[in-house]
Design a protein around this ligand. Structure first.
Ligand code: MG
Length: 510
């Protein structure tokens, strides 16, 4: 049987590539945290040089000759008898070839053109958003859409060019799989949001808009991270304008948060969210570092980890049974007189909003549906880009009952399209679906999970995730991982039940 040892010449190159990638990521982290403003131009040049080096190594002679010893470079088929390879080795080759294919199938002229167009378009988008005028951005977006369609042709696809684009973020996932999941979800979410709006229950979310000292906020967040098992001896938390997680190695993972002294929830839930991402990265295999078996599966699975910690755990009653008394001690003036029930309802306030990143657990996914449907219309049906603001606003009204008054709070709010990231949005909702399904399984397999959480004992869940998901790297696709862990295909019912049960109680719905 041929195993991973057979692949030593290949993994040597992969590790070298990963070292450069780690240096790029470290530079990127520094850029968002401590880099002096004046270093921007130099840093951009350094990073772009290293990215070029990575590309050369990914498609160069050494890589292609070495990889060709194990697979057919055209098709990715294993050389010799496929049955000779054990499962980890064949999975590793499948994924290495996938990356190789993506790195080689786009002509370098096209890559340059797309790079130029997206960096230009990003600047124009910033300007258009500032002026709240979509027409300034429309012709750039048109060119990007044309390039993305061209890209889909190079990449190849089965049913829809959109599949080729989504595949970059959620490997193997297609419209045929996603659309039914999302349709089922939307059919339940729209009426749920309507019912919640009609409810006479009004959570007191204004309690979070008072003063909360930065230092105390960060210390409380770190207590929660420690309880989650985020290991500060192989990780850090720093401040940045937009919270993110990055990793240079499983023993060097960085998360960031931002603190608003007039809003407790922003930093708290971003720390828990990024902490969930961080646990995944710390849980990846050190032995397989640099190879696909030491890498995360997809954006959707990564997001399932952050969402599970943020929502299934961090916005749950059992969690606050333990942590609320600690929070009350941290902020006695603000919370002394407030009971845990009122606190719990307030952190779970639901209400239609115009901006995706400010939306709650229930309405969030409707923001995603809208983007997914619009992306399909553009990529599959040639929907005219000029008419996007109207389409956007009509859908907002239909799904959420609110209509943006200008482009900045409507079609121009997200950065993704300006960078050519079509097919990215669905991974946010997939993350929510996976999270609910994984958490449901965790409750079945971990004895008294909720009771443990209510005692502040979060490590059993962390260890379960390490064992079931993190340590496998990319050995399985996202769908295969869900099937392995839960014994069935991705199913939106778990998320729907979770929302209906939780918010039915909070809003006294019948
Ligand atoms: Mg995230």
């Amino acid at each position: 049987m041929k195993d991973l040892k057979t692949l030593t010449p290949l993994t040597k190159i992969l590790k070298e590539i990963q070292h450069i990638n780690s240096a790029i990521a470290l530079m990127g982290w520094d850029q968002e945290t401590y880099m002096p403003l004046g270093a921007g131009q130099a840093r951009a040049e350094q990073m772009s040089f290293l990215k070029g080096l990575v590309h050369e190594k990914q498609v160069g002679k050494e890589m292609s000759e070495t990889l060709a010893q194990f697979v057919d470079l055209e098709t990715g088929g294993l050389s010799g008898d496929a049955n000779d390879w054990d499962e980890p080795a064949s999975a590793c080759l499948r994924e290495v070839w996938r990356d190789y294919h993506h790195a080689t199938c786009l002509p370098s002229d096209f890559v340059r053109k797309l790079g130029l167009e997206t960096s230009l378009s990003h600047q124009v988008w910033i300007e258009a958003r500032k002026k709240s005028d979509f027409s300034l951005f429309a012709s750039n977006l048109k060119r990007i859409v044309a390039l993305k369609k061209e890209e889909a042709e190079y990449l190849g696809y089965g049913d829809s060019p959109y599949d080729a684009l989504m595949d970059r973020f959620e490997p193997g996932m297609t419209i045929a799989q996603v659309a039914p999941l999302f349709d089922a979800l939307k059919a339940k979410l729209v009426p749920l949001v309507e019912k919640i709006q009609l409810s006479s229950v009004v959570p007191r979310k204004e309690i979070f808009q008072t003063y909360f000292a930065e230092k105390a906020q960060i210390e409380f967040g770190e207590k929660v991270l420690q309880a989650m098992g985020y290991d500060f001896s192989i990780g850090r938390q720093d401040l940045s304008a937009h919270p993110f997680t990055t990793s240079f190695h499983p023993t060097d993972v960085r998360i960031t948060t931002r603190v608003d002294e007039k809003d407790l929830l922003s930093s708290l839930f971003s720390s828990i969210h990024e902490g969930g991402h961080g646990l995944y990265d710390q849980g990846l295999s050190v032995a397989h570092f640099g190879t696909p078996l030491g890498d995360s599966i997809s954006l959707g699975i990564h997001e399932s980890q952050s969402r599970m910690w943020e929502n299934s755990v961090g916005r749950s009653k059992p969690f606050w049974k333990h942590f609320y008394p600690i929070l009350q001690k941290t902020f006695p003036e603000q919370f002394e007189a407030l009971g845990v029930e009122d606190f719990y309802s307030a952190i779970n306030t639901v209400g239609p909003s115009l901006i995706r990143v400010e939306s709650d657990e229930v309405t969030y996914n409707l923001h995603i549906m809208l983007r997914f449907e619009i992306e399909r219309a553009i990529i599959e049906d040639d929907f005219p880009v000029e008419q996007l603001p109207v389409l956007w606003n009509d859908k907002m009204e239909a799904y959420l009952g609110v209509r943006p008054e200008n482009d900045a709070e409507g079609v121009l709010q997200d950065v993704h399209w300006s960078g050519g990231a079509f097919g990215y949005f669905p991974t946010y909702t997939l993350g929510n679906l996976y999270a609910a399904q994984f958490f449901n399984q965790a409750k079945k397999e971990i004895p008294n999970l909720l009771e443990q959480i209510s005692k502040g004992s979060l490590l059993p869940l962390k260890s379960w995730l390490n064992e079931k998901i993190h340590r496998w790297g990319r050995q399985y696709s996202s769908q295969a991982m869900v099937a392995r862990v839960c014994g069935e295909a991705p199913d939106p019912a778990y998320f729907i039940n979770y929302l209906e049960e939780k918010f039915g109680e909070i809003y006294s719905l019948t």
